[in-house]
Write a protein that binds this ligand. Structure first.
Ligand code: SAH
Length: 250
């Protein structure tokens, strides 16, 4: 099995495929001002197995299109939506976030938790903006420096892995430059990483390694994840995901 398949196997059993929390999705909904609106059309981009999609379906009066590259993740989302009686509100589409199946000005809101980095924050915002109605809401979480200064080891790691990591003020400036008016920001608290993402993933390591007969490739994946976890543990004062809410300037 190649690394890509192995990663899908490790992550598809997870409730989340990245740091986040139902409470934080609800906070973003609150800040979006959309709770009282009716008949919304919303996209959840890079939804994974749909932790945020299910919260949006419960909290908003909306038809939600949940987009992810991986049909394996969307199949889990479909199952969960069915089980929770939310399936009639959610349509899953397996496609790239770079070629979204929407018309211009079709959407009231675009949600995306821990996924826009796959395109890059700027490229994603530029390309998604047209699908929003005037005054439509963008809600994205994105890797963010929590402080002005940080340890060299951490800087070097992310300079290599994701060059767009930056402070919240710099991300807000990008949003403003690309035609959005920021309406909210909060950093994800530590439990969104540890309790909601890393610990459940760690509990899956043994079953994952057993399923793949402790293969070298499977062990390498576990060791990469362990490295990321320890990097986070050492440097959590300096880095998190920031949740950004912004309104499209007409
Ligand atoms: N929002 C989910 C998943 C975050 S992980 C959560 O917070 O739990 C990032 C997700 O982006 C993965 O599900 C991955 O399959 C998806 N992804 C990666 N590249 C993509 C692309 N080009 N288009 C659409 N989805 C993509």
């Amino acid at each position: 099995m190649d690394d890509f398949r192995l990663l899908i196997d490790l992550h598809s059993e997870g409730h989340r495929q990245g740091p986040g929390g139902d409470r934080e999705t609800r906070l973003a909904v609150e800040l979006s001002g959309l709770r009282e609106a009716a008949n919304l059309k919303v996209a959840d981009i890079g939804c994974g197995t749909g932790a945020s999609t299910l919260v949006l379906a419960r909290e908003l009066d909306a038809e939600i299109t949940a987009i992810d590259l991986l049909p394996e993740f969307l199949a889990k989302l479909d199952q969960n939506a069915e089980r929770e009686g939310l399936a009639h509100l959610i349509t899953t589409r397996s496609t790239s976030m770079e070629t979204l199946p929407f018309a211009e000005a079709e959407l009231d809101a675009i949600w995306s938790e821990g996924a826009i980095y796959n395109m890059g924050f700027e490229a994603g915002i530029k390309s998604w903006r047209k699908y929003l109605k005037p005054n439509g809401v963008l809600a994205v979480s994105e890797l963010t420096w929590l402080t002005d200064q940080r340890p060299a080891e951490l800087q070097a790691h992310w300079d290599k892995e994701y060059t767009e990591v930056d402070t919240a003020s710099a991300k807000m400036a990008v949003l403003e430059r690309l035609g959005f008016s920021p309406i909210g920001y909060f950093p994800l608290p530590e439990y969104c990483w540890v309790d909601n993402y890393y610990q459940p993933m760690r509990r899956r390591f043994k079953g994952f390694l057993d399923r793949h007969e402790n293969s070298e490739d499977a062990r390498a994946i576990v060791s990469t994840e362990e490295h990321e976890i320890s990097l986070y543990e050492s440097h959590k004062a300096f880095v998190s995901y920031g949740y950004y809410l912004a309104r499209k300037v007409p």
